[in-house]
Design a protein around this ligand. Structure first.
Ligand SMILES: [Zn+2]
Length: 192
């Protein structure tokens, strides 16, 4: 029996939740290590987890060690065809607990990731929604094309958004900045 569109959407939503929860396992590792509690995983189009990463900015003293960058590095044999000297076609979904920043958004786009799903919007450092709403004077710009093709599912679950905000509150309190509140909007966002 072929599932109807509604049950297919429900199935996909359950899949997204399942993989976001794995990304949260990574975020918890960061919290324990004393750095930004953000985790990410990369899943291939058959549903296999092929890369995992968690923020290590303070634990590794590396400002580029964001969760998404670490996950991309972990999955790196799968992103390029070294023999043919070319990037692989668009594929894979990157799940992260918070909206990717400018650096990670660039890395995701340049790596031909097909889809990105995040638990909580980040109105301070999140860049993908910004990228999606920008327009370039030169509409033939290759990067604009790549940004437009990136599929985005932003903050689909209110409880997982709240979970990420709580992680950030705990982290900020632990580093003596309890007043730093990540004022994220939990409502879903769709590209226009
Ligand atoms: Zn980042």
């Amino acid at each position: 029996m072929t599932p109807d569109n509604t049950s297919l959407d429900t199935f996909r939503l359950q899949q997204h939740r399942y993989f976001l929860l794995i990304a949260f396992e990574e975020a918890e590792k960061s919290l324990l290590a004393g750095t930004f509690p953000i985790g990410a995983i990369i899943v291939d189009d058959d549903g296999q987890v092929v890369g995992r990463g968690h923020n290590q900015v303070f634990s590794a003293e590396d400002s580029t060690a964001h969760a998404e960058m670490e996950a991309l590095r972990d999955a790196r044999p799968l992103r390029v065809d070294a023999a043919k000297k070319r990037y692989l076609p668009r594929s894979h979904t990157l799940y992260t607990t918070a909206e990717p920043c400018l650096m990670c958004a660039g890395a995701i786009i340049m790596s031909n990731i097909r889809q990105v799903v995040w638990a909580a919007n980040d109105p301070a450092n999140g860049a993908i929604r910004l990228f999606k709403t920008l327009s370039w004077p030169d509409t033939a710009h290759h990067i604009l094309h790549k940004v437009q093709r990136l599929e985005v599912i932003a903050s689909p679950f209110a409880d997982l958004s709240a979970r990420q905000i709580e992680l950030m509150k705990t982290w900020n309190a632990s580093r003596g900045r309890p007043g730093d509140v990540w004022t994220m909007k939990s409502e879903p966002w769709r590209p226009s």
